[in-house]
Write a protein of this length. Structure first.
Length: 246
């Protein structure tokens, strides 16, 4: 019999890097002014050059991860460029992590979409299986809308003469449904606060959305009628200020 030996080389294959992206939900920043810096801690975590359970066995020499590439779709919700900031390693936790830093525009809400791409450094041989591998993952940041309260500037005391009949005048000014919420409708509510003694009018006075006050007097009637005025938007958010008119 003839015996011989041979060598079989089992070449390692570069596995793709592994990492975890956090899910982020925040609320709209109300009001006006400069964008607000938001820092999302450990947005990227457990980033390793290969499968998380075997990352130390990747191609020799040990691989490294290249700096992650961040892309963010411009929807007007964030200002300027978002960035990733490397975080210090945590004892007992394998892999690298990064914070996400971005600036939210006040009064804006909706969805921020983007992607993160992380590449490993590949192997040290010219084999195709040693080439660097990149993994891209999408992410979504949900910025929940908050309904801003409407605002208005109340007028002063309204004086109507007896037997004047139909009276119309501008009472409320600087009326706003809220910052960047011009699509909402508005309505004023007049609530009589001094009982049922107000018989000077033929019918309850009205305050229109544009701030115009309308009333029609009864003949030979006079007196003081006090009303509580509330401005409400179409999402049932009421004005923070409540005014009296008489």
């Amino acid at each position: 019999n003839y015996c011989s030996s041979t060598t079989i080389e089992v070449r390692p294959i570069n596995d793709p890097p592994s990492y975890i992206l956090s899910q982020i939900e925040v609320q709209e920043i109300q009001g006006s002014g400069s964008p607000v810096e938001m820092v999302f801690r450990r947005f990227i975590s457990n980033a390793v050059p290969g499968p998380s359970q075997e990352w130390l066995d990747e191609l020799a020499p040990p691989q490294t991860l290249l700096v992650p590439i961040l892309t963010v779709k411009d929807t007007g919700i964030i200002s300027g460029s978002a960035k990733l900031v490397s975080t210090p390693s945590i004892s007992g936790v394998l892999g690298e992590s990064y914070d996400l830093v971005l600036y939210l525009v006040r009064g804006m809400c909706g969805v921020v979409e983007g992607t993160v791409t992380i590449s490993d450094s590949g192997g040290s041989t010219p084999h195709a299986s040693d080439k660097p591998i990149a993994v891209t993952k999408p992410f979504v940041i949900q910025v929940a809308c908050i309904n801003d309260p409407p605002q208005y500037r109340p007028g002063g005391k309204i004086v109507i003469c007896e037997d004047e009949g139909l009276h119309m005048s501008q009472w409320a000014t600087q009326i706003s449904p809220g910052y960047l919420e011009d699509s909402q409708g508005l309505s004023f509510d007049l609530e009589l606060t001094n009982g049922d003694i107000c018989n000077a009018f033929k019918r309850p006075p009205q305050l229109f959305p544009n701030g115009t006050f309308k009333a029609e007097t009864n003949s030979d009637k006079w007196g003081v009628c006090e009303f509580r005025v509330t401005l409400e938007d179409s999402m049932a958010k009421k004005a923070l200020q409540v005014s009296e008119l008489e």
